[in-house]
Design a protein around this ligand. Structure first.
Ligand SMILES: NC(=O)c1ccc[n+]([C@@H]2O[C@H](COP(=O)([O-])OP(=O)(O)OC[C@H]3O[C@@H](n4cnc5c(N)ncnc54)[C@H](OP(=O)(O)O)[C@@H]3O)[C@@H](O)[C@H]2O)c1
Length: 327
């Protein structure tokens, strides 16, 4: 197969949101010894595609392999600054392009049962969700425990799928009646509309056995939602803060005393190390889990529309961009 020399790609020209993106054609750089050339199917830090060429020292992949990206070179153990300094889609070129040259250590095989589009949802939303519920050593989510998720985005829908497959109970919050229905279809046992029930933390707590509270909260809103999460969590429970989607206004945030008297653990959960990625993929394979993908799938040329759609919060699950024709 003759290899392509050019690729269409989105480039960050200005750091001011989607308007700072420019769509350009660029030369594909030569492959280093440890590099792999992939034909991208879905973009940015999280993507999936097929290997079409490999550098001379690549040992883990062959042309034809179906792979997903790995955002950080963090393999296992404690997080180090060097793991954050080399993020794909940040320090390294991401995958919002037709062809991407990616170092071997930034790739992983995708589970057999997943398409490229489904595989592309794993590196960020999937792995952040996995780390948020299972990331503390010695404290995995147990069958029968209670989990609270916020919203219908990529991370939260993964949490619902994982938690239900582990035998846990899920309470989900959302902003609309239509989305509430989708959350039930995905597996949530209880859904609370936070627009109708502003004190949803107490409502969630009341749903748990003895009104003790939930074992694990996956915090997506940050600021204001953290107060409600503290109302919902049980004593000695866990709040995994993944996102700050609702902003970080100091006036809305809980103060140290609010946190102190819940006697709980609050941790920041980020995209986990590669050892967790492998663990998650084995779990997905064994349980036949299918990521939740929004019905609207964008083309590469429509990347700005995709970002705007994501911001509008009209979606359910992952918003995906299909770079080339395929599954
Ligand atoms: N730490 C990490 O490594 C990591 C990894 C991935 C993502 N993140 C962050 O985690 C957050 C979620 O990511 P995502 O990809 O799942 O996002 P997403 O697909 O954009 O979903 C966000 C959803 O959260 C809900 N939401 C928004 N604002 C809210 C608020 N103030 N209170 C409660 N719910 C709210 C909305 O759903 P409803 O309309 O249904 O309520 C919205 O659709 C983002 O902030 C993202 O940047 C962090």
């Amino acid at each position: 197969m003759s290899l392509p020399e050019k690729t269409k790609q989105w480039v960050v020209e200005r750091f001011d949101g989607p308007s700072g993106l420019e769509f350009k054609e660029a030369d594909i750089p030569p492959l280093g010894n440890h590099d792999v050339l992939i034909k991208g199917v879905v973009p940015v830090s999280d993507g999936s595609g097929v290997v079409i060429s490999i550098g001379s020292d690549v040992t883990s992949f062959q042309p034809g392999d179906k792979v997903a990206t790995v955002m950080s070179p963090w393999e296992s153990g404690p997080l180090k600054q060097s793991n954050i300094d080399r993020l794909l889609g940040n320090a390294l070129h991401g995958v919002l392009q037709e062809y991407a040259v990616v170092p071997e250590q930034h790739l992983i095989s995708i589970p057999q049962n997943l398409s490229f589009i489904e595989g592309s949802t794993l590196p960020v939303a999937g792995l952040a969700a996995w780390n948020a519920i299972n990331g503390i050593q010695g404290r995995p989510l147990l069958p029968g425990q209670w989990v609270l998720t916020q919203g219908t985005g990529g991370v939260s829908t993964f949490v619902i799928l994982f938690a239900k497959a582990m035998g846990a109970n899920v309470i989900a919050t959302t902003s609309s009646t239509e989305k509430a229905e989708r959350l039930r279809e995905i597996g949530a046992d209880h859904v609370i509309n936070y627009k109708e029930v502003p004190e949803w933390g107490d409502r969630a707590k009341a749903l748990t056995p003895g009104g003790e509270g939930v074992d694990v909260v996956i915090e997506i809103g940050g600021g204001a939602t953290l107060k409600q999460s503290l109302s919902a969590v049980k004593l000695d429970g866990l709040i995994s803060v993944v996102g700050l989607r609702g902003g970080v206004s100091p006036a809305e945030q809980p103060v140290l005393l609010d946190i102190f008297f819940r006697f709980c653990t609050i941790r920041i959960a980020i995209v986990g190390p590669q050892v967790q990625f492998k663990e998650m993929n084995r779990f997905i394979d064994s349980k036949g889990i299918k990521p939740v993908i929004d019905d609207r799938i964008f083309k590469l040329e429509e990347a700005k529309d995709a970002f705007e759609y994501l911001e509008s919060m009209g979606h359910v699950g992952k918003v995906c961009i299909k770079v080339v024709n395929g599954d």
